[in-house]
Each structure stands twice: as structure tokens, then as C-alpha cells.
Design a protein around this ligand. Structure first.
Ligand SMILES: NC(=O)c1ccc[n+]([C@@H]2O[C@H](COP(=O)([O-])OP(=O)(O)OC[C@H]3O[C@@H](n4cnc5c(N)ncnc54)[C@H](O)[C@@H]3O)[C@@H](O)[C@H]2O)c1
Length: 329
């Protein structure tokens, strides 16, 4: 297949690009590099540096594409609360322009990087795809708004899409050559590992009085390579002519924040210092995915456990303590 990967210079997009080219697909990456890294893009892919909403560029690269894997977006929840307009622009308005040009050029297959944040604070665990979508922050709301745009476009037969709702993504390419390098890091595993390398800020656990086995929040973690495998499965599913769908991507297992701290300490051999603080507003006690639909519909299953995620991420952080400063391919 000939696939356009948006956001292919970011964490998830760069690892998905490499997995897709390894599988024999032809990949064009569209990324403005506003939050990504030129060096993260596999040298076998073509990189086009432009914003998603650039119609001239879209009109030059979309004809002849079999599918779009849309990973580009803004992902910082706290930033989204400070500046919701920015998040609606980056996660809805610009992608909607791309969707419009896709339909114009007859590119009918779309895989979308959505998020568990569209659910908000569901009470029933594990979370199935039919759970109410009630996001509690502007990030989740902007991703849900684009899901709705996709649903509308699908309903008139212009595209078929697989919307993939990721839970907590962690890990790196197994040899440590590609990994997570967000300009502002908010995710627990890289924050802990950066604290262990001495390149990150000190680490705080928010809330130790949740009704969970050790009082800290429970989250579902998925290895980024398992996620990339799910992208490949979703693209091949659409290519085979199957109907659009929506799937959660998680392991179906929950780990407490303290268990993640322990895993990071075990892998690094470092007694990473951890402070405790009060709960943060809007953090639910538990978020665990049901991944039954992805298993059944896409024939996918997660293969890598938390220990592997942390081990692979640690290899990335020790080899690249300052991120993508040097080429990796
Ligand atoms: N990382 C996670 O744990 C996680 C969890 C759930 C969902 N997601 C979703 O996965 C996607 C990728 O996340 P990530 O962690 O790889 O993020 P990232 O910030 O590492 O990568 C995003 C990439 O998109 C590019 N980009 C952003 N806006 C753009 C625009 N308007 N035009 C062109 N390029 C643009 C950035 O330059 C960057 O390279 C996001 O859409 C996010 O909502 C991520």
C-alpha cells in the first residue's frame, strides 16, 4: 500500500512509519515538525514538512494514496485546558481540511489516532467502545469532535475509517533507536526514566488515597510497537474492503502508579526519588480498556508487558538522553 502518515515525525507516528516500511509499504510522512523531529523519520519514507491544513501540499501528495494514518495532533491535557482554541484548531479544524481533500481525491481509507480521553470518567470497567463519550478536558473534546466529523463523513459513504482509542502508550523501538521525545513530557514512564537519567524533573505521585490496591491510580499501558502493529492491522482491514469501526487499544490490564514506579526502579536499578502530592482534579481512580473488539475485528492482540515497555523505553533514554539530537537511521 501507499500510505500517508501524518505526524510521522512524532513518537507514535515515527514508530508506526518504521513498522510499515519494514512490512513493505510505501510511506509518505506529512509533519510540520512543530512538535516532532526530522531525525525520527525513517530514511526509507518520504518526509514532507508542512502543516496538515496546507491544501496545496495535500493536493500534491494525496492522489494515488491508498490510505491515511492520521497521528498528527496536540496531546498535552494541561495545555488544552489553558488554550482550548489551539486544540480545536490542531485536532479538529486542520484535520477536517485534510479529510475534505481526501474525499476530493478519492482517498477513502482512514485510520485515526484517537484516545481513551474521549470517555472521560466512565464508571464501568473494563471500558468498552459503547461507553458514553463524555470528555472532561479540551484535549479529549477536540479528539471526540474529529471522531464525530469522521462519523459524519462515513455516514454519507465518502470514507471508511478505523478510529483507534489508545490508552497509555509507552515503550520504544526494541533496540532503543526510536522513542518518546515530547517537548513537554507529561507521561509517567518517560518522566520516571528521565528522572533516573538525571535529565528530567523530580517525580510526584498525585493522590495516594484512591480506592485501589495501593491507593494510587490504575491505568492500562500498551507498548508502542503493539500499537503500531494495530495500525498495520487496521490499514490492512480497510484495504480488504471491510466496514469502518472503532476499537480500544489497551492491554486490558491495569497497573497502579506505584507499580509503574517499581517497574522503572527495577529496570533502571536506580532508586528514583518520588514525592507524593494531593489528587489532581479530573484523574479517575481506574481506566482499563476492554480490547475484545480489536482482538476480534482486527485479529490483533497485545504481545508486550509493562516490563518490556519500561525496558525498551530505558534503552531509548540511555542511548538518547537528549532525545532526537542525532539521526537514527
Ligand atoms: N502518546 C500517547 O500516550 C497517546 C495516547 C492517546 C492518543 N494519542 C494520540 O496519538 C497521536 C500521536 O501522539 P504522539 O505521542 O506521537 O504525539 P507527538 O507530539 O510525539 O507527535 C505528533 C506529531 O504531529 C505533528 N503535528 C502536530 N500538529 C500538526 C499539524 N497541524 N500539522 C502537521 N503536523 C503536526 C507534530 O510535529 C508531531 O511530530 C496524537 O494524535 C494523540 O492524540 C497519543
Amino acid at each position: 500500500m501507499r500510505i500517508l502518515v501524518t505526524g510521522g515525525a512524532g513518537y507514535i507516528g515515527s514508530i508506526s512509519t518504521r513498522l510499515l516500511v519494514d512490512a513493505g509499504h510505501e510511506v509518505v510522512v506529512l509533519d510540520s515538525l512543530e512538535r516532532g523531529h526530522r531525525n525520527a523519520v525513517d530514511s526509507r519514507a518520504t518526509l514532507v514538512v508542512a502543516p496538515l491544513g496546507d491544501i496545496e501540499i495535500l493536493d500534491s501528495i494525496l492522489p494515488g494514496m491508498d490510505a491515511v494514518l492520521h497521528c498528527a495532533g496536540y496531546i498535552d491535557v494541561a495545555e488544552s485546558q489553558r488554550d482550548p482554541e489551539l486544540y480545536y484548531r490542531k485536532n479538529l479544524a486542520e484535520p477536517s481540511r485534510m479529510l475534505d481533500r481526501m474525499t476530493l481525491h478519492g482517498v477513502g481509507n482512514l485510520v485515526f489516532s484517537s484516545t481513551a480521553a474521549v470517555y472521560g470518567q466512565p464508571e464501568t470497567m473494563p471500558i468498552t467502545e459503547d461507553a458514553l463519550r463524555q470528555p472532561i478536558n479540551a484535549y479529549g473534546a477536540s479528539k471526540l469532535a474529529f471522531e464525530r466529523m469522521i462519523e459524519l463523513t462515513e455516514s454519507v459513504g465518502l470514507i471508511r475509517a478505523v478510529r483507534l482509542r489508545y490508552f497509555n502508550v509507552a515503550g520504544a523501538w526494541p533496540d532503543g533507536s526510536l522513542g518518546e521525545a515530547h517537548p513537554v513530557e507529561t507521561h509517567i514512564v518517560p518522566r520516571l526514566l528521565k528522572a533516573a537519567t538525571g535529565f528530567g524533573a523530580s517525580f510526584s505521585l498525585f493522590g495516594t488515597d484512591y480506592p485501589t490496591r495501593d491507593g494510587t491510580c490504575v491505568r492500562d499501558y500498551i507498548h508502542v510497537v503493539d500499537l503500531a502493529e494495530a495500525h498495520r492491522a487496521a490499514l490492512e482491514y480497510l484495504h480488504a474492503g471491510d466496514a469502518g469501526t472503532v476499537c480500544n487499544l489497551g492491554s486490558g490490564k491495569g497497573y497502579t502508579n506505584r507499580e509503574v514506579v517499581d517497574a522503572c526502579r527495577a529496570v533502571t536499578g536506580s532508586d528514583i526519588a518520588v514525592d507524593t502530592g494531593p489528587r489532581r482534579a479530573g484523574d479517575p481512580a481506574m481506566l482499563i480498556a476492554s480490547n475484545e473488539r480489536a482482538r476480534k475485528v482486527l485479529g490483533w492482540r497485545p504481545e508486550r508487558d509493562l516490563h518490556t515497555m519500561v525496558g525498551d523505553a530505558w534503552r531509548w533514554h540511555t542511548l538518547h538522553p537528549e532525545g532526537h539530537a542525532a539521526p537514527v537511521t
